[in-house]
Ligand binder design. Sequence first.
Ligand code: HEC
Length: 101
Amino acid sequence: MKTIIISIAIGLSAISFNKKNQESTGKEIFEKNCAKCHGKDGTKRLLGAKNLQKSVLTTTENYEIITNGKGKMPSWKEKLSTEQINQVIEYLAVLKQKTKE
Ligand code: HEC
C-alpha cells in the first residue's frame, strides 16, 4: 500500500514538473522572438502589432498567422519548429490570463 501511494506521489509531481517546463519553454520562445514587437506581456504594439492579451483568435488562426505571418508580422516557419510554435501558442493563453488577474 505504501509503495502505491509513493509511486502516485512521484507520478503526480512529475506531471506538474512537465507542465511547468512546457510553460517556461513557451515563455522563453516568446521573450526571445516575439517580445520586441509584442512586449513581454503581449501588450506592446510596435509596427501596429496586436495586443495579444486581447486577441480573440482560435488556436488554428494563431498557428496560421505565426507560421505564415500577416502584414508586418513575420513568418516563423523557417525559425521555429511546429512544436515550438505550439508551445508559444500555449504561452499566449497564459498571457491572456494575466488580463483577468
Ligand atoms: C517585427 C514585429 C513582430 C514580431 C517579432 C512578432 N510579431 Fe506578431 N504581429 C506583429 C504585427 C505588426 C501584427 C499585426 C498583423 C496584422 O494584423 O496586420 C502581429 C500579429 C500577431 C498575432 C495576431 C493577433 C490578432 O489578434 O490578430 C499573433 C497571434 C502574433 N502576432 C503572435 C506573434 C508571436 C507568437 C511571435 C513570436 C514567435 C510574434 N508575433 C512576433 C508584429 C510582430
